[in-house]
Design a protein around this ligand. Sequence first.
Ligand code: UN1
Length: 500
Amino acid sequence: MTHTDILAKSGLTAADLTGGSLAVRSPVDGAALATVTEIDAAAMPGVIASAKAAFNEWRKVPGPKRGELVRILGEELRAEKETLGRLVTLECGKIYQEGLGEVQEMIDICDFAVGLSRQLHGLTIASERPDHAMRETWHPAGVVAVISAFNFPVAVWAWNTALALICGDSVIWKPSEKTPLTAIACQKILDRALARFADAPAGLHHTVIGGRAVGEALVDSPDVAIVSATGSTRMGREVAPKVAARFGRSILELGGNNAMIVTPSADLEMAVRAIVFSAVGTCGQRCTSLRRLIVHRSVKDQLLSRLTAAYKSVRIGNPLLDGTLVGPLIDKASFDGFSAAIANAKAEGGTVLTGGERTLTAEFPDAYYVTPAIVDMPAQSAVVKHETFAPILYVLTYDDFDQAVHLQNDVPQGLSSCIFTTDVRESEFFLSAQGSDCGIANVNIGPSGAEIGGAFGGEKETGGGRESGSDAWKGYMRRQTNTVNYGRSLPLAQGIKFDL
Ligand code: UN1
């Protein structure tokens, strides 16, 4: 299928694809895909006012009814799984299987949110006073701004939007400027769902394509209750203080520097498969990608020889074609970051065991394909502590288990982590309060590819936010504590006497 066919099948029209100032290129081959129209930042107050007005109406619609909209959205997504999955591949370069997986993740969160729409449970609380009832209720919070990144251009939107909508919030989505086409396609899919649903107010969801000034308008507006931002730690460092300064709420999902500990008792066959998927999958451009391998000295040689062999057999190429396992990096800046990190790793004493080069330049002179790298490091030096959004796996060697856990935690980021072991003492310690300090900690699976049912996010420079499953929905609502006196006297709490 040609690029033009993929765009047309996604329902993108000439009006979507031409006449604007934002040039969109496919990382697959560097081909120009579109010049998309950006919103003028001066129009943002109007967008925010529209979303606020929609929120005022939407909060009146009962939760289960709001769930019906998300149920229909899930149906529309099912019908579009292949077309949207292929568009994801074309625009962000992940292989088609992963493009499909990303859309499945959207469908999954819609299903989850539909069920949740009938379970926005509060609490009843025992009051210390006679004839008093206490409870806790959850109310819609307001306008939610969703700022998303190129690497999961549609799933992260869905995580946030499916929850926000059932929670009674309206949404303004600012996608990455690198992936506006998938965002326009999602808006069209949502528009179809809205057209099938009678009770949605106009302005319930806006997609705003634009740069920094557009993001700032959302971050700075007191009418945006929640800013859910996924991206780099650098971006989060700018967003968080601004939202905090106006006492808004932010949900941050920032960088990761995810590790796997491989212990002497590990099933190495399984470990190799998990390492390859999580380190080279999505060309190392997941926030959950495996970046550090902390391996016990006794199994290091065996593991690395199997691993380097597996790396050499990985098929790198056009992500639209069946059988490809690794597509391109998103752009030249990303490739420059990859090359700089490899050079820094060497300068810090690292040995490149495999990969680290640009490849397929004859076939794709305007795209950035690389051979995924494994670099043996003498220590957890500066380059290892930094998240480079590319397929570089640093290898660290340990002798004592405590040392392994220390290395795992001794980085600024805290998103995902895992251990390969068949020793229950090691696995339980890893999951204990003294173990991994990450938001996600796994045993005998890699750090990436989380299911939507769990809360997703992490600690430290990862930003502390939680999205997706479990009770992450509470982040999209406001909590209210209620005390009701159904008696005929007015006892005070804490037994205070205050007689008039
Ligand atoms: C991201 O990279 O921003 O756990 C999200 C995973 C995916 C989501 C990644 N379910 O790898």
